[in-house]
Write a protein that binds this ligand. Structure first.
Ligand SMILES: NC(=O)c1ccc[n+]([C@@H]2O[C@H](COP(=O)([O-])OP(=O)(O)OC[C@H]3O[C@@H](n4cnc5c(N)ncnc54)[C@H](OP(=O)(O)O)[C@@H]3O)[C@@H](O)[C@H]2O)c1
Length: 259
């Protein structure tokens, strides 16, 4: 690696936690961090899936699974207690775990509302709150701790589907990012968000081929997002190159996908 690339983009030796890191976009991010030399903790409810993912990633570097349900405060506190027992500081927190319910306006019930709101918006807030001691222990004037919230293009634009609790919680997460960034800047903690466009994962639905083609056609870059796209964005925001970026939202979507 050339000196300038190493100076700007190396994150080797840091410690990270990626929620929902056992599959989908979270697994892509976790693999990228592990390959970049970051000691990485992944969190999720499914123990078998989480332990298998961590075992695979541990072949590439350091990765540990912490089981937990982040939709409740008790679940968040249990995860924070387990991380705090292992680490005295946290350099990178990626709030990635998320949930989407496709319900029409008439169909939305309390569970369909609370599910996405709890994991997409409440969990990132309370995780940041409870992890403040570890984040403050990491952040310095030159190298702040980084919180990277995974929002969504759906939180900033209107998609041609009805998923109200999702878009409200993701819009809330993007604005929460701005509010927390301002408050936490003096503590040397940067808070940013990424707004992914369409990535292949479990959260979406398997659309018929004509719908799939319509999705691709609506994306200016004419393709779905890939692991390199999301990992590149995370490494940028987590490295020296991204140290002066806080309160910002980075779309990773191949263009303004919903017009
Ligand atoms: N895929 C896309 O096109 C797309 C587009 C825009 C934004 N995003 C955002 O990107 C993030 C990842 O999405 P994805 O597509 O990779 O989703 P995914 O494949 O469904 O993965 C979601 C992850 O979140 C974890 N999770 C869900 N509820 C949880 C809970 N209560 N406690 C702990 N972990 C929980 C799941 O693990 P367990 O089931 O084991 O708990 C899983 O690992 C989400 O925030 C999503 O909104 C995705």
């Amino acid at each position: 690696m050339s000196d300038i690339i190493s100076k700007l983009f190396s994150i080797s030796g840091k410690t990270a936690m990626v929620t929902g890191g056992a599959n989908g976009i979270g697994l892509m991010i976790a693999r990228g961090l592990v390959e970049a030399g970051v000691k990485t903790y992944i969190v999720g409810r499914n123990v078998t899936k989480g332990e298998n993912a961590a075992a695979e990633l541990a072949k590439l570097g350091q990765c540990t699974f912490i089981p937990g349900d982040l939709s409740s405060l008790a679940g968040i506190e249990a995860v924070v207690a387990e991380l705090s027992a292992k680490e005295s500081k946290l350099d990178i927190l990626v709030n990635n775990a998320g949930l989407l319910t496709l319900q029409t306006l008439e169909e939305v019930d309390e569970a369909g509302w609370d599910g996405p709101v709890n994991i997409n918006m409440k969990a990132p807030f309370f995780l940041i709150q409870k992890l403040l001691p570890l984040l403050r222990a990491s952040g310095t004037y030159d190298d702040p701790a980084r919180v990277i919230n995974i929002g969504s293009a759906g939180g900033i634009e209107n998609a041609p589907i009805e998923y109200y609790s999702y878009i409200a919680s993701k819009a809330g997460l993007h604005h929460l990012t701005r509010g927390l960034a301002k408050y936490l800047a003096p503590d040397n903690i940067n808070v940013v968000s990424i707004a992914p466009g369409v990535f292949p994962s479990d959260i979406g639905y398997e659309p018929p081929i004509e719908v799939h083609n319509a999705i691709i056609a609506s994306i200016p870059r004419q393709r779905l997002g890939t692991e390199d796209d999301i990992v590149g964005a995370v490494i940028y925001l987590a490295s020296r190159a991204g140290a002066f970026i806080t309160a910002s939202m980075l779309p990773v979507d191949g263009g303004k996908i919903y017009g």
